[in-house]
Design a protein. Sequence first.
Length: 388
Amino acid sequence: MRPAWWVALKEIVSTWRDRRTIRNVLLLPLLLMPLFMYGPTAFLGKMEENSKASVQKVGVCDLPPQLTKLLQKYRLEPVEVADAPRAVSEEQVDAALCRQGNKYVIYSEEAAKPVKVGFVVAKVRQALDAYEQQMVAARLRQAGLSDEVLHPFKIEEEDLSPKQAKSAGVLGGMTPYFLMLFIMMGAMTVVIDATAGEKEKGTLEVLLAAPVSHLQIAAGKLLAGLVYAIMTSVSGLVGILLGAYYTAKFTKGSEMAQIGGSINLGPAGLGYLLVTALLYAAMITALLLAVGLYARSYKEAQTYISPLYMVLILPMLVLMFASDYLQNALWLYAVPVFNVYLAIDQVIKGQVQPLAQLVCWVTTAVAVLLTLYWAARNFSSESVLFRN
């Protein structure tokens, strides 16, 4: 295998000379992940905080005095309006509340302005809920009853999920998606240049003429792609950890805090994550290597790999919203790509099933060998290497 290491070293050094590599592999994931994770939650958290602290105008029509006072209590300024829909559409008020017989209608443009108007509508609803409770309590007292009649028992919820699952949060649960995305980005950095790029530059023939087997050439290029896939993944994971830290720090006490998350992995969890990520990176690199050889130029390789990129991403998007229902489907851990997402999701949430992890590793390792064999055969096929 020593020739394979020399081939890998050649590809690593050749790719590293491109300044774009440092930017795409190391800097972009590290800088963008805190922005993706902290930016939206910080913005929404700040909007929520400002909404609670500031007073917004709300149009009112025929409201009882008690409800008007409650609106003021929730930091809303009631403004009498004759035409509530028109006042809202002309932005004279952020929302409007009108009584129509025995019902109350809230007018707003929440769908068009979900962030700005959404917090105002939430305040109006809180005031209405409080007013409803006051009315119910008053009527019960008139009937000689206690308001405890409406609450004969208390409800408590106890989440028995592992501590890691609780702390992961919504964005923490997206870690498998981001990790697999980083692996794809890192592998593409070197593989396209190592296949179609060498064809275009005319250096592939020289490499094929060297006393190195085609399997060793494929293995060397796979190792080079694996190195960059790991580098991008490490950079991205550091960015995720930084994003999770700052999200938890700056949204503490806010309702937006549950969107962020933190990743807490012990030695066993890190081991599971490392093995799964390495096997997936090897499979993706070998697959890109085999497909990239069909292209005649760097640009053509991108057109081949882009659809493949979407094919690999779509299952992850499906599982992102359905993984809770599929965690116990052992057969799915034998399906490439699907199995890796579910396995990493288990690790992040502290719900590792050793048998499922083993099935994932075995099937992914088999996929690595098959795709590597496919790539090696392409290096031996003149119809692939010299197609015009």
